[in-house]
Write a protein of this length. Structure first.
Length: 169
């Protein structure tokens, strides 16, 4: 399979959303179970499709309003990894976020998720800070951001988003 054989498109139907949800349910990175109702309210779900129309990856801008958006639900089908599809899904989400008027994108990544961290940094994201997981598991979670407009107060916004989470080394 060639990189050019994959195209990226917004999820347009309940059927496609169900396929995307099934992909996320099969995630092998110890993620928490998918809340299907919250997922269905995502601001955008982006799909990676083969020429035959098979959905081999998905990613979202999570549910929310206003000019700050959160990335999440990134998964690429195991047989299709390391071909740039994760990166393609993230670049497509940035394009969609700009079109939606989002001024700041952020994402949280568990410390051990090297692939996702590289994925964000390659797409232009910056590391903000590490915090302890709010779930009390002792996990370290990295916070990342990408400003899409000049007028964003990055420090103030990120500080508001992290709230009273405890910084981690
Ligand atoms: C994270 C994930 C979506 C990456 O998808 P992908 O299509 O394989 O990623 P890409 O091919 O675009 O990789 C981009 C870069 O990330 C890095 N990378 C990706 N997977 C990696 C891995 N397993 N180990 C080390 N680096 C990795 C590489 O630098 C890679 O570029 P390269 O292949 O040119 O070296 C995929 O591994 C996945 O679905 N994982 C399980 C679910 C998950 O962790 N989701 C994110 C939760 S926040």
């Amino acid at each position: 399979m060639n990189h050019n054989d994959i195209h990226y498109a917004l999820c347009q139907s309940p059927e496609e959303l169900a396929v995307a949800a099934a992909l996320i349910d099969q995630r092998d990175d110890n993620a928490h179970p998918l809340d299907h109702q919250v997922f269905a309210r995502a601001r955008a779900v982006v799909l990676a499709k083969t020429l035959e129309g098979e959905i081999v990856g998905c990613a979202a801008i999570k549910a929310g309003t206003g000019n700050v958006g959160e990335l999440g639900y990134l998964v690429v089908s195991p047989l299709f990894r390391r071909k740039g599809i994760g990166q393609g899904l993230t670049l497509k989400r940035i394009e969609v976020a700009k079109a939606q008027g989002i001024a700041l994108l952020f994402a949280t990544i568990r410390d051990e998720n090297h692939a996702s961290r590289v994925n964000l940094l390659k797409a232009g994201f910056h590391f903000w800070r590490n915090y302890l997981s709010i779930r009390g598991t002792g996990n370290t979670v990295g916070w990342y951001y990408l400003a899409l407009g000049d007028e964003v107060d990055i420090d103030g916004t990120m500080q508001t988003l992290v709230g009273d989470r405890v910084p981690a080394g």
